[in-house]
Write a protein that binds this ligand. Structure first.
Ligand SMILES: *Cc1c(COP(=O)(O)O)cnc(C)c1O
Length: 519
């Protein structure tokens, strides 16, 4: 009985429906000669570590048990296929935006791919290239302007392959010292940019949501400790104070921790300030274990007045956490740095390299002013882990709510090491400038208006007279025509839309072209 069928005709049909990127002409066209000196490690002598094992001929008696792991002609072919695809994808400049299709359609086009015998790498990869990948929006496309996009550098994407190929364990010094060392150099570099002391440190976690949660858990642990030491009563409910426009992950962390959120209204400009936070602290007293300042709100890219919030610390004594998942990257640019005064007083902060620091998914840098506070809150204890936890060595697992971890900071490390910090400053400055340019354009046009002046690289604007349905239909048409991915949003009950710009390849002309479709 044939359970599934995958005629080539179907693949061809799918391929014509969805235009796959073509990649540069000649996949194996010789690359320009590298300017860098050859790596020292492999200089002179033939490569010591990865001298290619000559593939064994496929042997009929090759044990099925080792077939997937042994280096054979079959495995070499699989690796070539995958690396060739990756090379084409990374170097393509015409990858379409693409769009989701229905589960029904995917079922029809992809058919059944998993059975007892396998369909083979060539077929599975063709399915991915022609059916599955085109049903995923290209998040690093220059006209992907929704949510917070991603725009990994070529070096960072390429090195992500190396991280996978190397089977690194990023959880402990014992197992991953070299990787952890490099990740820590990045964290130290970032901490220095943000004005934290050189003793600051932390860990790359999966995303901002887990970063915020881990920081707040450390904050509460610290508050508990302080109360215990002072012999004071435990408050009935722990509370975290943040802007009413703070990211949803703060509320999510509070639910997980079973603590309450005290939302404080920011000013009409969206900026949370010290006076409003003071009122909340006076009302809720010692039950407040943390105040979260947002350094670049997701919806508007607004930076709270961190300095005036931090100034309250002398009087009230709380843990200051700065959620800079999207926006803190802008501290690298002289155009925006001034907006972040006070960040240097944070007890903890996060920034997502997968947002505006040009690293691939998924990575959040979580940094503690005093890493010991994170370690105290998060180290897991178990007999089999004692050998790791009873040392003074730096184990990234100890600094967040996780254990096994990918060395996900390494793509950023490699990219930073490759291009240097100035390239990052220039790229971020470019998006800040483009945002100002397009905001000016919006202000000068009839029929559209800014909802708020942009501070960083998010522009929120309204089209006069449009309902939610109008925005939705327009947005769907843009994606349908593969022109752009710009989704509807809203503020204070009014519908609007926004451009979130982090991709250095996004141009003014592209954005103007999108505005023209609103006429
Ligand atoms: C994106 C974002 C988060 C959540 O980060 P994830 O990596 O998506 O989990 C938290 N806070 C802010 C301000 C963000 O922009």
């Amino acid at each position: 009985m044939r359970l599934w069928q995958h005629p080539l005709a179907d693949l061809a049909a799918a391929a014509s429906l969805v235009r796959p990127f073509s990649g540069p002409a000649g996949v194996h066209a010789p690359a320009p000669a590298p300017a860098d000196p050859p790596p020292r490690r492999h200089a002179a002598t033939p490569p010591r570590r990865h001298a290619a094992t000559p593939p064994r001929e496929d042997h009929p008696m090759e044990s099925q048990a080792t077939r997937m792991h042994a280096v054979t002609a079959e495995t070499a072919k699989i690796v070539d296929l995958v690396l060739d695809y990756s090379r084409r994808r990374i170097l393509a400049s015409d990858t379409p935006l693409d769009k989701p299709i229905s589960e029904f359609e995917l079922d029809r086009l992809a058919g059944r791919t998993i059975d007892e015998n396998g369909i083979g790498a060539r077929r599975a990869l063709a399915l991915f290239e022609h059916v599955l990948a085109p049903a995923c929006i290209t998040t690093d496309h220059p006209q992907y302007l929704s949510f917070i996009p991603t725009a990994p550098t070529k070096a960072a994407i390429a090195f992500d392959l190396v991280v996978s190929a190397s089977a690194l364990y990023g959880g402990s010094w014992l197992e991953g010292a070299g990787a952890v060392h490099a990740e820590n150099e990045v964290l130290a570099w970032l901490a220095n940019e943000f004005g934290l002391p050189s003793t600051a440190g932390g860990v790359f976690v999966q995303g901002g949501t887990l970063g915020n949660l881990s920081a707040l858990v450390a904050a509460r642990e610290q508050a508990r400790l302080t109360l215990r030491e002072a012999g004071t009563d435990h408050p009935g409910r722990w509370k975290v104070v943040c802007s009413a426009e703070a990211h949803s992950s703060i509320a999510s962390a509070a639910r997980v921790m079973d603590v309450d959120v005290v939302p404080v209204d920011p000013g009409p400009d969206g900026v949370l300030r010290g006076d409003a936070v003071r009122a909340a602290l006076e009302e809720h007293g010692a039950s407040v274990f943390a105040v979260v300042a947002t350094a670049g709100s997701t919806n508007f890219g607004i930076v709270d007045d961190v300095a005036s919030i931090a100034a309250l610390n002398d009087e009230f004594g709380f843990w200051l956490h700065v959620d800079g998942a999207y926006g803190l990257a802008a501290m690298l640019s002289p155009l925006a740095r001034d907006r972040f005064a006070g960040v240097e007083r944070a007890d903890s902060l996060i920034v997502d390299p997968h947002k505006w620091l040009f690293a691939p998914f998924d990575a959040c840098a979580l940094i503690y002013r005093d890493p010991e506070t994170g370690r105290r809150a998060h180290t897991q204890h178990a007999e089999y882990l004692d050998t790791l936890t009873e040392t003074s060595e730096w184990s990234p697992s100890d600094y967040a709510a996780h254990l096994t971890r990918r060395a996900r900071g390494l793509p950023l490390w490699f990219s930073l090491a490759t291009y240097g910090g100035a390239a990052y400053r220039d790229a971020i400055t470019g998006s800040l400038q483009l945002t100002q340019d397009i905001a000016r354009e919006i202000s000068s046009r009839d029929g559209v208006r800014l909802v708020r002046d942009p501070q960083l690289s998010v522009v929120v604007f309204e089209r006069e007279g449009w309902s939610r349905e109008d925005y939705a239909a327009w947005s769907a048409r843009l994606l349908d025509e593969q022109r752009a991915f710009v989704t509807p949003s809203s503020h204070a009950g009014r519908p609007n839309t926004r451009f979130a710009i982090v991709n250095p390849m996004t141009t003014f002309e592209q954005l103007v072209g999108i505005l023209d479709t609103m006429a």
